[in-house]
Ligand binder design. Structure first.
Ligand SMILES: Cc1ncc(COP(=O)(O)O)c(C=O)c1O
Length: 368
């Protein structure tokens, strides 16, 4: 049996480090916003090349706090995509704003900048692109729109720890960018967690205040705020994981290359990664109209799989009202019918990758 995701393999490989980190925190007597969070924030900021990193309670909270600090207010419109996870839209709604779903590019499955430009209205306040499946977006066209129309950019990097474009890590182009440490992510904790990164010191200060009751110096509440803290135990775990992330990313890329070779010559669409992009391969997503048959073959071979995501947000009861009167999203809809995520995690063995390839090839025809 090959699981779609198996965090215990990593745990077994680095058990002494994880247990040591957990014991260190428990014995420290400091469980909330102590040295581990501080050290992790510094290490993560350095890894992505940002000046500030602010740990929060989840990736959804990271998005919500980011939207708040850049000034998105109730009734504002935020341009985003419908092929994302629910939290992307949930965060927009949590600040009272309106998600404006636009079409994706048929090759990258990332936001189509021309569609984004067409969707700007006087109410638009921000663009929220998602680096889907770990494929880094070419940000320049979006930055241009933001400059021309005075919009803010919040990048959803939940899939993209380690994704780079021309050597630059995703997330440093936007005003604030957000990562999730949900257990399945490339950098996943043993529970919930998230982080905002920014190069703007003022935004960083506001994020730090917002995650803890609006505190200023002396624990005096200076603004509205809430409790959204990354805790010391998760930070200690994430420090161990971050130290292994470069080798984990290399392993993901090796597996992706093996899949790509294994699928050559058959009728399937592979992830589109252009020459300047270094995907984080959070997911390895193939596309085929015969998805149901491929899924049946994987099930029969006891191979796990996933669909990220099968119901686009603009079809969900919570969000469909926001699509009324706007152009349909045929590329998004078609992708949702055809995408299929195959197992990809650093500890996956070559032999297991080959079993996945064989199961997929058993269904899909050779291209003539
Ligand atoms: C694209 C995307 N955005 C945001 C999130 C939210 O992260 P979290 O689950 O940490 O709140 C996730 C993960 O679930 C995600 O996949």
């Amino acid at each position: 049996m090959i699981k779609a995701f198996d965090y215990l393999r990593d745990f077994e490989a680095h058990k002494a480090e994880y247990m040591g980190a957990l014991e260190r925190v428990i014995r420290s007597g400091q469980l909330i916003l102590g040295p581990e969070v501080k050290a992790f924030e510094a290490e993560f900021a350095q890894f992505v090349g940002a000046q500030h990193a602010i740990g929060v309670a989840s990736g959804t909270d990271a998005l919500e706090l980011a939207l708040l600090v850049v000034g998105v207010s109730p009734g504002d419109e935020v341009i985003t995509v419908a092929n994302s996870a629910v939290p992307t839209a949930a965060a927009i709604r949590e600040v009272g704003a309106i998600p404006r779903f636009v079409e994706i590019d048929s090759q990258t499955l990332n936001i189509d900048p021309e569609a984004a430009a067409r969707a700007v209205t006087p109410r638009t306040r921000a663009i929220l692109p998602v680096h889907m499946h770990g494929t880094p977006i070419a940000m320049e066209p979006l930055l241009q729109i933001a400059r021309n129309r005075n919009l803010r950019i919040i990048e959803d990097c939940a899939h993209a720890h380690g994704a780079r474009r021309s050597g630059v890590h995703v997330g440093v182009a936007g005003d604030v960018s957000c990562f999730s440490f949900y257990p399945t992510k490339n950098l996943g904790g043993y529970g919930d967690g998230g982080i905002c990164i920014t190069n703007d010191s003022e935004l960083a200060d506001r994020l730090r205040a917002l995650r803890m009751y609006g505190f200023g110096p002396g624990r005096i509440a200076m603004t509205d705020g809430r409790n959204s803290r990354l805790d010391e135990l998760q930070a200690a775990v994430l420090r161990v994981k971050l130290s292994h992330l470069p080798e984990h990313l290399a392993a993901r890329r090796r597996i992706a290359a093996r899949y790509a070779r294994g699928f050559s010559g058959i009728d399937v669409t592979l992830p589109f990664i252009d020459a300047s992009a270094d995907s984080a391969f959070h997911q390895f997503v193939i596309r085929t109209p015969l998805r149901a048959r491929v899924v049946a073959a994987l099930d029969a071979a006891q191979i796990g799989w996933g669909i990220h995501y099968d119901t686009p947000l603009h079809h969900m009861p919570a969000y469909r009202e926001f699509q009324a009167g706007h152009p349909p999203l045929p590329v998004t809809d078609r992708a949702a019918r055809e995408i299929l995520s195959l197992p990809i995690y650093p500890e996956l063995l070559d032999d297991e990758v080959d079993q996945v390839i064989a199961a997929v090839r058993s269904v899909l025809r050779n291209v003539r």
